[in-house]
Design a protein around this ligand. Structure first.
Ligand code: SF4
Length: 324
């Protein structure tokens, strides 16, 4: 295994029983997250990206596959290592209000994890709370307030401080700005990016806003119906997307340059989004892909490496993009 790999996710599966069958939320997903990077994960809602994040922080147990963290399976940790893992791996949630206990003060909320992990005396923890509040752009006096007294942006700053309180190495940011006013989204993104660099953190950044993901990420993964279809650095993925689904997604993103924006042609996908329950046996995108062949409908494409930085799941990628 490469030295800088923090997570090695292997054939990960998570399904839920629903009326009418089995919903494969995460369906045989394999990829790596490198230490110190921001890995952006995009896709339409319901594509399984939040389930994947929850599997990494052990909020869900997978049905198959493995998650290796620093080379060790997180599915078979003893009690002591499991506790250490919950400290090293944190999550920032989409709904900052719903994720904060309304009966606790902001200070108590931030301190909770520190208490669980016995991180110092009461005085030391109070001092750490003040330090964290300042770090996320709040004031030490805010420690005595309650979540209902805060704006959406202030609540998300509290969620960030709570996640960072236990000195994690890895944070899942699950749509951290989608519930916020547009006017403060950029502030929260810039805060996250600054803290990631300053504290040398690794992020899995889940979002459906493609422009934001491009701005913040070192590499981007695209999910479709529970499967990863393409992974590449943003400068490659956004300029030269190779998977037909990624091409359609990227074609919907407005270009900042007015000349390029005038030339932009949006690819409108035809066909219905298949049900995530009992998905087709071949390529899941075949029903909407204008390049689909009989092979595509019969055989699931392997998620494979086509260059040092680029992975893709498509039978026809070489011929469609004129390279071998
Ligand atoms: Fe389209 Fe076939 Fe590629 Fe699937 S495998 S994306 S159906 S060309």
């Amino acid at each position: 295994m490469e030295k800088d790999i923090l997570f090695d996710i292997q054939h990960l599966k998570k399904s839920f029983h629903v009326d009418g069958g089995e919903l494969k939320a995460v369906d045989d997903v394999t990829f790596q997250i490198r230490k110190g990077e921001i890995f952006g994960l995009v896709g339409e809602s319901g594509c399984g990206k939040s389930t994947l994040g929850r599997l990494l922080v052990r909020l869900y147990q997978p049905n198959g596959g493995d998650i290796l963290y620093k080379g060790k399976s997180v599915l078979r940790l003893n009690k002591k290592d499991a506790k250490a893992y919950t400290k090293q791996v944190q999550m920032i949630f989409q709904q900052p209000y719903a994720s904060l206990n309304p009966r606790m003060t902001i200070g108590e909320i931030i301190k909770e994890g520190m208490k669980i992990h016995h991180m110092g005396t009461a005085k030391e923890m109070d001092e750490r709370v003040y330090e964290l509040l300042e770090m996320v752009g709040l004031n030490p006096e805010h420690a005595k307030r309650f979540p209902y007294e805060f704006s959406g942006g202030q609540r998300q700053r509290t969620g960030i401080a709570r996640a960072l309180a236990v000195d994690p190495e890895f944070v899942v940011c699950d749509e951290p700005i989608s519930a916020l006013d547009v006017s403060i989204q950029a502030q929260i993104i810039n805060l996250l990016k600054r803290l990631q660099t300053q504290l040398q953190l690794t992020f899995l950044f889940i979002a459906h806003d493609l422009s934001m993901v491009r701005y913040i990420s070192d590499r981007v993964g695209v999910m479709y119906l529970g499967s990863l279809v393409e992974v590449a650095p943003p400068e490659e993925l956004y300029v030269n997307p190779l998977h037909p689904y990624t091409q359609a997604l990227i074609s919907a993103v407005p270009k900042p340059d007015p000349v390029q924006e005038n030339e932009r042609t949006r690819i409108i996908l035809e066909g219905d989004v298949p049900s995530p329950v009992n998905t087709p046996k071949g390529c899941k995108f075949a029903g909407r892909c204008k390049y689909a062949t009989e092979r595509c409908r019969q055989e699931r494409p392997e998620f494979r490496r086509i260059s040092d930085h680029h992975m893709i799941a498509c039978h026809r990628v070489e011929e469609l993009n004129h390279f071998e």
